[in-house]
Design a protein around this ligand. Sequence first.
Ligand SMILES: [Zn+2]
Ligand SMILES: [Zn+2]
Length: 252
Amino acid sequence: MQLELIGSGDAYDGTRTNAALLVSAAHFSLLIDCGPTVPAALFRRGGSPEELDAVYLTHNHPDHVLGLTTLLNWMASQGRSKPLQLICQPEQQPRLQQLVAHAHWPEPALPFALRWIHAGDALSLGPWQWAFYPTRHAVPNHSLLLIGAGGRLFYSGDGALSAEGAAAAASADLLFLECEYLAPHPSHGSWRACQQLARQPGSLAVLYHLDPACRMALAHELATATQQDAVCWQLAEDGLRWQLPLSTGGAN
Ligand SMILES: [Zn+2]
Ligand SMILES: [Zn+2]
C-alpha cells in the first residue's frame, strides 16, 4: 500500500493544502477528501485524469468536499472515460450531487460514469476490506479503516473519535489523526486525545489538520513523546509519502 499526503492543512491554513490522502495498491487508487485547494495540488504532481478509481468523502464540510467540482470538471475536460466510484454516507449524497451537477453544467451529465457507493454497504473496495466509524463533529463524519495485504490504515477524518473508532485506530499500523488542537475538544481531534489512544507496537501516527497556531507547540510535544513512547509520531506536511508495511523508521 502506497500513501501520499496530498494535503495536510485544516480549513483555513494559508500555506498548506486542505487535508487529503491518496492511497494506492494493486493498480487501484483512492483519494480521501477533496477540499477546494486539493485539485491544484493534484495538478502540480501531474497525475493522469484516469489515475483515481475512487474518492471517499469523510464529511460535507467545505474544506473536505468543495474541490470535487473542479476535480470532476478537469477529468471531463481531459477526456476521462473510466468510471469513478464516489463513496459517502447516504445523507451526504444530495449535497454532493449539487457539486457534481456544477462540474458538468450546462451539459446534462459527465462523460464518464459515476458510481455512488454508500459507506458500509459494501465490504470491500478494490484490493482492501474496509470499515467506517462515526466521530463527534459539527456534521456527521466517518473515519475509515482500510485493511490490505500490507497492513491496516486508519484515517480519522474530522472529529473526536468514538470508542469504536478508537478501537479501530488501536488495530492500525499507520494512523492519520485529525489534531486541530492541543487540549481536548468536544468535536475535534486533539493531541491530548491522540496521546491516550491504545496503539499497535511499532505503529506510526501522523497528525494532520492542525490549527496553524498550535503547530510549533505540537512539534515540541511530539519530539518529546517520540523519545519516551514505544510508538512513533509524525507531524503531517504536504507531499509526505509512506508505504505499508512500514519501512524502518516509518516515513520515507
Ligand atoms: Zn476539516
Ligand atoms: Zn470538518
